[in-house]
Design a binder for this molecule. Structure first.
Ligand SMILES: Cc1cc2nc3c(=O)[nH]c(=O)nc-3n(C[C@H](O)[C@H](O)[C@H](O)COP(=O)(O)O)c2cc1C
Length: 137
């Protein structure tokens, strides 16, 4: 996969660019599992419209030496208010995906949430990111 991404050079400029490439390379069922929303896709459309209403306001020549995105959630301190949401069966899309995401979240000091539907053993993820979260239901 890395080899493929490198060979594409500048073909990926934003996250949407991954979608058409993924469609070409993933088996149809796996692509559909990741790309699609639930049922008629109503919630995904609402979410996209809501996000589309937000704009970034560029502010230039500001002193950013003391900026911090640090946040405290449930008594734990994290570097940023972003997290990797629980995604079941990630390992069918990319071998070792759960471990890779857990390690990336740990090194970025953000939460990683292991899905109850993950197909990687919980003990393995516990070693990759001790104290990460688990979506139990
Ligand atoms: C491929 C995939 C698998 C998911 N699996 C789970 C899951 O097992 N458990 C869960 O609670 N949410 C699951 N979700 C939902 C995500 O945790 C998240 O709530 C949802 O994608 C909305 O966040 P987003 O707008 O950042 O994508 C899954 C989402 C995707 C795209």
């Amino acid at each position: 996969m890395l080899k493929l991404l490198r060979s594409l050079d500048n073909a990926i400029l934003n996250l949407n660019d991954f979608e058409s490439l993924a469609r070409r390379h993933l088996p149809k069922a796996i692509f559909g599992y990741v790309q699609g929303g639930a049922d008629d896709g109503t919630t995904i459309q609402h979410n996209l419209r809501a996000l589309d209403r937000l704009r970034m306001v560029p502010r230039v020549l500001r002193d950013v030496s003391a900026c911090s995105q640090q946040v405290t959630l449930f008594g734990q301190s994290f570097a940023s208010p972003f997290m990797i949401a629980p995604m079941g069966a990630s390992a069918i899309v990319g071998h070792d995906a759960d471990n890779a995401m857990a390690r990336a979240a740990r090194s970025a000091r953000i939460p990683y949430i292991l899905s109850a539907n993950a197909i990687t053993p919980i003990e393995e993820i516990g070693r990759a990111y001790p104290g990460c979260w688990f979506a139990g239901y």
